[in-house]
Design a protein. Structure first.
Length: 642
């Protein structure tokens, strides 16, 4: 049972704690993080690594008026625990409970709902500019960004602008040598040089002592001495990259030395101009297994069994069945075995996309570009132009970051790039920053683009194989969900460009499902037979191009057509069918669209959220029954209610 955490109602309560009590509080925070993992999956290692940094920041600054933004936001748990949310912490990542990312609706200490990496520096710069304009120049501005997010292009755009303006902004680089997987690229190697901490710090101290001991011999000697000083500093001070951008570089410092962190933050608090503090932390610090394997423990499965003596994880709770991510990864692997021209790109999501086996077996055909989605897509365009078959395997929500490159470098050039969009639809407890709700509308805009979605397991490998043979941009969307396979009268027909699949015909109505909600539609149609309603089901397979021959015939001949999609209704698959029917001069009053409403969907289990959005089997059944009743016909639905 925590002794100190229940007494922390705001960061101001930290000030009365002794150094020993602060260390005890850090331990209690880590125990709370472990406790969460005994009930549900959550971000873990990243939160363990920032406990001391979080405490030091809140002990040094007053963020009830000063400004603090945590980049990406999945390391927000310690911050939540000391900003008045301890009593609700057990609800984190549950429907109606605390969000697993910053959320301004929960607390004034959360300024932005951050879930995409790299934007904190730009946002803190904007906040500082606004405060200065409005006469609040005494407000301090701090952004905490990880080394995994640092290569994002927007970060250097922000550095360039802050350096040019000379803003009083403190950027803390939380360097733990990790993104979700180990960081990659030239900037990672640059930061690794700074890990020569003992040599670096000792050499700098000796250099300064030596230079200060030399007497001034005259103007020329003084000038030469300054040049010598600058030259040696350039060799030893690895932060010169940031200094050339206009930041004064401090560090590196130990991110788990709470007294040391407090001292340097107090010193920097009064400094003017752009400052970068380089902090070394260990992802998973305080839990031996997490520190040794931060990839597995980034967001591990539920801890089913813990050793009460050591606190070590003895067993994880076994996961569910095979997922769409598993199936797509297996299909990619099979394609790479067959065709040496197939290559795979990911943006720091090797583990999330389950590409580890591909990375190991095909290292020369696997590219992890880091959290640089715009670069990933433009790079893929170059690969395609050069004669390879690139697959960009990326979360739907993160592909949005490369909108312009999809337009200019891929679609405008009509290049054969395959986009595998994981987490399309509702991503569950990760919430609105991670739901892949918008890919259908934003990709449907582009000429030359083809959009596909597997209705079930039977579609996955044939669709990927089709995509790799297609001569143009093509996207495949699939959810964070277990695979399902719907019953068919025979084998599924082969994938043909722009052709849908009829699962069954129905005289009273028809579900037209785009994507993995096909199984819900089949189940709803089966249940509606109990009410005497004969409802058909079509697996649309393509949102662009639509199977107009089939779907417009359905609109013209069936009294009720229900489009079903796990994406936003605005501009989505249902809208595409309405547009096509309107262009054909058809009456569209019999078309009903079911999908995600025009609001940001909160976090919760996928099944809970589908029900909230009217996409569960029960809701689809009720929708059809209600619409048939609205038709005013002598309907079996009406009879069933009496």
């Amino acid at each position: 049972m925590a002794r100190l955490l229940p007494q922390i109602h705001s960061p101001a309560d930290l000030q009365r704690l002794s150094d020993e009590e602060l260390q005890e509080l850090a331990y209690e925070i880590r125990q709370e993080l472990i406790k969460v993992l005994t009930t549900r999956p959550a971000h873990f290692a990243s939160n363990l690594g920032v406990v001391e940094l979080c405490l030091a920041l809140h002990l040094t600054f007053d963020f009830s008026k000063d400004r603090l933004i945590w980049d990406t936001g999945h390391q927000i748990y310690p911050h939540k625990l000391i900003t008045g949310r301890y009593d609700r912490f057990h609800t984190i990542r549950t429907k109606g409970g605390l969000m697993g990312f910053p959320n301004p609706a929960e607390s004034p200490y959360d300024l932005f709902m951050t879930g995409h990496a790299g934007c904190s520096v730009s946002c803190i710069s904007g906040l500082k500019a606004a405060d200065d304009h409005l006469g609040h120049k005494d407000r301090k501005a701090v952004a905490v960004i990880g080394d995994g997010a640092l290569p994002s292009g927007i970060v250097f755009e922000a550095f360039n602008n802050i350096g040019g303006m000379g803003q009083d902004v403190l950027v803390i680089l939380n360097d733990n040598k990790m993104s979700i997987c180990p960081r990659t690229g030239g900037l990672a190697r640059y930061l690794d040089q700074c890990r020569m901490t003992e040599f670096y710090q000792g050499s700098k101290r000796r250099l300064n002592q030596f230079l200060h001991a030399i007497p001034v011999l005259g103007p020329m000697a003084q000038s030469a001495l300054e040049q010598l000083r600058d030259g040696v500093k350039a060799m030893l001070k690895h932060g010169m990259l940031f200094e050339e951008l206009g930041f004064r570089y401090f560090g590196p410092v130990d991110g788990h030395d709470l007294p040391g962190l407090r001292k340097i933050l107090r010193d920097l608090k009064t400094q003017k101009g752009p400052i970068l503090l380089h902090v070394f932390t260990v992802k998973g610090y305080g839990v031996e297994q997490a520190a040794a394997d931060p990839v597995t423990y980034h967001a591990p499965p539920v801890f089913e069994k813990l050793d009460p003596q050591s606190g070590r994880v003895v067993a994880f709770k076994k996961g569910g069945g095979k997922t769409y991510t598993d199936a797509v990864s297996a299909a990619i692997y099979a394609a790479m075995q067959r065709d040496p021209h197939v290559v795979v790109l990911t943006a720091a999501m090797c583990q999330g996309n389950k590409l580890e086996k591909i990375r190991e077996q095909f290292p020369d055909r696997f590219y992890d570009v880091g959290i640089c989605e715009s670069h990933a897509v433009a790079f893929a365009a170059g690969l395609a132009k050069g004669g390879l078959k690139p697959i960009v395997d990326i979360y739907s929500t993160f592909l949005q970051r490369a909108f312009d490159q999809i337009f200019q470098e891929v679609c405008l050039q009509n290049l054969p790039v395959v986009f595998c969009m994981d987490r399309a639809g509702l991503s569950g407890p990760d919430g609105p920053t991670h739901h892949g709700a918008f890919d259908i509308p934003y990709l449907r805009l582009f000429p030359n683009m083809t959009l596909m979605a597997p209705g079930d397991e039977a579609d996955v490998q044939p669709m990927l194989d089709f995509a790799l043979q297609h001569n143009g941009p093509i996207a495949l969307r699939y959810p964070k969900a277990n695979l399902e396979r719907v019953e068919r009268d025979g084998p599924p027909p082969p994938i043909e460009w722009g052709k849908a699949e009829v699962i069954r015909w129905g005289s009273d109505g028809c579900f037209v499902a785009y994507g993995a909600l096909l199984s819900q539609c089949v189940a709803a149609a089966r249940r509606l037979r109990d009410y005497g309603l004969d409802i058909g089901v079509i697996n649309a397979r393509f949102a662009k191009p639509l199977d107009k021959d089939l779907l417009l015939r359905v609109v013209e001949t069936v009294p009720l057509v229900i489009t079903v999609e796990e994406g936003t209704l605005e501009g989505g698959f249902g809208s595409a069918l309405l547009e096509a029917a309107n262009a054909a001069g058809l009456d569209t009053r019999n078309i009903v669209r079911a999908g995600l409403p025009d609001r940001f969907i909160e976090h919760g289990e996928r099944g809970e959220l589908l029900a909230d959005c009217g996409l569960s089997v029960e809701h689809l059944v009720a929708l059809v029954r209600a619409r048939h009743c609205d038709l005013g016909r002598d309907d079996p639905c009406l009879l069933a209610q009496h």
